[in-house]
Design a protein around this ligand. Sequence first.
Ligand SMILES: *[C@@H]1O[C@H](CO)[C@@H](O)[C@H](O)[C@H]1NC(C)=O
Ligand SMILES: *[C@@H]1O[C@H](CO)[C@@H](O)[C@H](O)[C@H]1NC(C)=O
Ligand SMILES: *[C@@H]1O[C@H](CO)[C@@H](O)[C@H](O)[C@H]1NC(C)=O
Ligand SMILES: *[C@@H]1O[C@H](CO)[C@@H](O)[C@H](O)[C@H]1NC(C)=O
Length: 450
Amino acid sequence: MEGGWLAKGGLLLCLTVSFLLSGKAGAFTINCSGFHQNGVDPAGFQAIFDQKDFRPVTNYSIPMRVNISFTLSAILNVDAQLQLLTSFMWLKLTWHNPFISWDPEECGQIKKLSVTIENLWLPDIFIMESMDVDQTPEGLSAYVAHDGQVVYNRPVRVTSICSLDIFYFPFDQQNCTLTFSSFLYTVEHLLLGMDKEVQEMTSTSRRVARTQGEWELLSISKATPKMSVGSSLFDQILFYVAIRRRPSLYVLNLLVPSGFLVAIDALSFYLPAENENRAPFKITLLLGYNVFLLMMNDLLPASGTPLISVYLALCLALMVASLLETIFITYLLHVATTQPPPVPPWLHTLLLCAPRPANCCPTLPYKLAQGPHLPPAQQPGLKEPGKPEEPVRMAPDQQEAELNQGSGSTGVRLADQWVCLCHMTDAFLFRLYLLFLVSSVITVIALWST
Ligand SMILES: *[C@@H]1O[C@H](CO)[C@@H](O)[C@H](O)[C@H]1NC(C)=O
Ligand SMILES: *[C@@H]1O[C@H](CO)[C@@H](O)[C@H](O)[C@H]1NC(C)=O
Ligand SMILES: *[C@@H]1O[C@H](CO)[C@@H](O)[C@H](O)[C@H]1NC(C)=O
Ligand SMILES: *[C@@H]1O[C@H](CO)[C@@H](O)[C@H](O)[C@H]1NC(C)=O
């Protein structure tokens, strides 16, 4: 009797346990008999579809984990004025749905199925910096695996805020942040994770990069600080996307041409100071540079003060300075050859002590002696704009020649000394110009290379 009771009790226990087990297994297992012959039976999945409004967990005190990774396939635009980065990425979200499970052995070796996302619960993962409405195409599907793993891939075009520093334009690097976080779920309900290393994401992104445009992806790094809003704590993953501009377009279109123009401007100091072509030449150069700046203005960032603007302004300033110098020297020469004031003693000592430019002073008496006869000989070869000035210039020259002939060798030596001073001033200012040019170019290059 007692044995019978025991046997009965044991049988009852066994039955209860097996019923419980089978009941539990039945609740989470999809009946997939006939999937391989008749296609997938929606009735098998109906229970899961009906549950899509709720977070799929069996124990509500255990947070669920969503894994995030993305492949940055293109950097479409970097807007320095609005401080926006537009990029294109393939976002991959992975999570576990414990209500989905089936036995692939029973189901014709089907291991994963695609299910339209309208029928599934989706985590609400947002990019905090995004300034655009979500333009995810409709009707996407997600893969569900027989063990409950859900993989949801979607293309995202992100227009995100990024604080851009364009001081080093066009040799600049930018570091933009993409913060992935859930809008609703706090850390008690949802945790974010990654199933890939950031290095892997970087190398995949580099490999699939669709645009070989202006920007080059340097690296992606991450940080995972929690964000607290009031009393709730949210999990988030910060991705730092470092990108670098390819500068060749700007170097070839902006830096090299303005460098050439400044070089020509510097070389134009070798045109003799007496030559009337020197000033018009510099004016033409200045005009040409202004037209160049006007045309290339679109290439420059629309806001901020990049170093390149300083460089271009510096080039312009050098050209203006050299034009002013030419005007000044021309005026000095004019004064020296028409009405030379008496030579003050300091000029005398200066001329005696200073290292004279060998090419100007010794030839001057010869030039001056020929002065009245030379200009008419040169006249036909000169440019037309020089013509109206010529009679005005000629008269004082002749006057002076007469004056010189009349007053003898003292007048020649007076003019000679003043002209010599002009040439020395010219040479000195040219050296100053070169010094300033070289030092400013070196400063700009040093700033760029840091
Ligand atoms: C699975 O569904 C089929 C009909 O679609 C039914 O015949 C079979 O008994 C079910 N199996 C289980 C274990 O419920
Ligand atoms: C849910 O998980 C918590 C923490 O692990 C545990 O204490 C609790 O017993 C679980 N509840 C159920 C119903 O399994
Ligand atoms: C998320 O990634 C971790 C590894 O980083 C992995 O252990 C876990 O299974 C993944 N979870 C899902 C739902 O894929
Ligand atoms: C980008 O900025 C973040 C923090 O501001 C920093 O941790 C990260 O190292 C930076 N990345 C690069 C490549 O400079």
